[in-house]
Design a binder for this molecule. Structure first.
Ligand code: GDP
Ligand code: MG
Length: 177
């Protein structure tokens, strides 16, 4: 890091959470590298990716943590959550189970991360709407009840990916600036 952080006004730690297979890694891949892979392989050894954005004439560096698949074994460590100020909580709109588990992920966040953590709920794979299992209204109502931001995204066709991350970052920015 070192020199790379020169001129940075704010550094925000963001964590990706949600069931295995919902597209967390590809959402991050899309946001940071503008890439997508059908055959997603876990990023071994890399704990986070970063992207710096300008907000309100300030340089904001997002350090976005992704799992290497530990969520499959409920083995995400407390270090993963430590210091996180925002979370992108993803489910797959074609898979009801992944939406049913959102509450479990909120509990995880509330236990291990800061109480005031801001959460963007993301219904990913909106490109597969012909196989939709989770109605958008249900998810939107749930998000409103729980005080979460909400968008449907597609890491495949890029829809709303930028909006989801930038939306979360700007809300975080508003709370700290
Ligand atoms: P993770 O386990 O939550 O990190 O999920 P991955 O990012 O590894 O994605 C799991 C699978 O879903 C991979 O085969 C991806 O290519 C695929 N995938 C991810 N995002 C999308 C999306 O927006 N649309 C479609 N159709 N497939 C996706
Ligand atoms: Mg992954």
């Amino acid at each position: 890091q070192g020199d790379a952080d020169e001129g940075i006004d704010y550094m925000f730690k963001i964590v990706m959470v949600g069931d295995s297979g919902v597209g967390k890694s590809q959402l991050l891949n899309r946001f940071v590298k503008n890439e997508f892979h059908m055959k997603s392989k876990p990023t071994i050894g890399v704990e986070f990716l970063t992207r710096t954005v300008v907000m309100d004439h300030k340089l904001v560096k997002a350090q976005i943590w992704d799992t290497a698949g530990q969520e499959r074994y409920q083995a995400i460590t407390t270090a993963y959550y430590r210091g996180a100020i925002g979370a992108l909580l993803a489910y797959d709109i074609t898979n009801q189970h992944t939406f049913d588990h959102v509450e479990k992920w909120l509990d995880e966040l509330r236990i291990h991360a800061d109480n005031n953590i801001l959460v963007m709920l993301v219904g990913n794979k909106s490109d597969l709407s012909s196989s939709r299992a989770v109605p958008v209204e249900i998810a939107r109502d749930f998000a409103q009840q729980e005080g979460l931001f909400f968008l449907e995204t597609s890491a495949l066709d890029s829809s709303n990916v930028e909006s989801a991350f930038i939306g979360l970052l700007s809300q975080v920015y508003r709370t700290v600036s």
